[in-house]
Design a protein around this ligand. Structure first.
Ligand code: PEP
Length: 249
């Protein structure tokens, strides 16, 4: 994936009923004009519908799941496999989002297994990492990010297309944005971690996520190492997400 093409990803989380599909189609015009790749991660209930509507419209917008199980199928009530996401039209899947790590107690080792599941069917994983406020205040940010990268990224990523999203937990949904230096510091850490471990055999986009808004998106994209944005709340309203897409050029 060329690195001069940013990835702008909208994570709808547990938001969206049927009406969200036509609203999402209204960002298609901006997506077509954009130099960026645009991806939407609707709730699982809308994935098939949204994917079909985008295909019918001939849209370049990619869809993705917000999580997947590591197995292909089985007695796992309530879970969805990577195969099922792919079957519903997904091209990507978010894994290890902090709301899964903290709200559902998902350890890094499970995230790594899910990544292998995603790669099995050719979904591009968007692997999230990020420190809590307590960890940052305790000076543990580097240790936490290195630990999460070490245990959430399986060897199977070698040579594969994937993305890493740095999302400080304290910036998600709070309106608090890290300083430019804090963002760049995390980008440098991720890139040097990947270089040390994979020796140039992986070149993921490294995204920033956490309170991205139409007014700060363009600036965030100018920061060294930022290869795209993972957007939560501001992806829910087409008018806001349109402005973020436009900001990406
Ligand atoms: C997210 O859900 O990944 C996220 C970054 O949310 P928000 O943009 O609302 O902070």
């Amino acid at each position: 994936m060329p690195h001069n093409i940013p990835l702008i990803a909208g994570n709808w989380k547990m938001h969206g009923l049927a009406q969200a599909v036509p609203e999402a189609l209204s960002i298609d015009a901006a997506a077509r004009k954009s130099n960026a790749r645009i991806a939407l991660f609707p709730p699982a209930t809308l994935l098939d519908r949204l994917s079909q509507a985008l295909i019918e419209a001939g849209s370049p917008i990619i869809t993705g799941g917000q999580d997947c199980h590591c197995e292909a199928d089985g007695a796992f009530t309530g879970d969805i496999s990577a195969e099922m996401l792919k079957d519903a039209g997904a091209g990507m899947v978010i894994l290890g989002h902090s709301e899964r790590r903290h709200g559902h107690h998902e350890p890094c080792a499970l995230v790594a297994k899910k990544v292998i599941g995603a790669l099995r069917v050719g979904l591009e994983p968007v692997i999230c990492i990020g420190e809590t406020l307590e960890e940052r205040l305790a000076g543990e940010t580097h240790a936490v990010l290195n630990r999460q990268l070490g245990a959430s990224l399986p060897e199977e990523l070698t040579g594969q297309v994937f993305h890493v999203a740095y999302e400080p937990v304290w910036a998600i949904g709070t309106g608090h944005i890290p300083t430019d230096e804090q963002v760049v510091d995390a980008m440098v850490l991720v890139k040097s971690y990947l270089e040390d471990r994979f020796h140039g055999q992986v070149t993921p986009h490294v995204l920033y996520g956490g309170s991205v808004k139409p007014d700060n998106a363009a600036h965030l994209l100018t920061l060294d190492g930022v290869g795209g944005l993972l957007v939560g709340g501001a992806s829910l309203k087409a008018v806001d997400f349109n402005r973020i897409i436009t900001a990406a050029g």
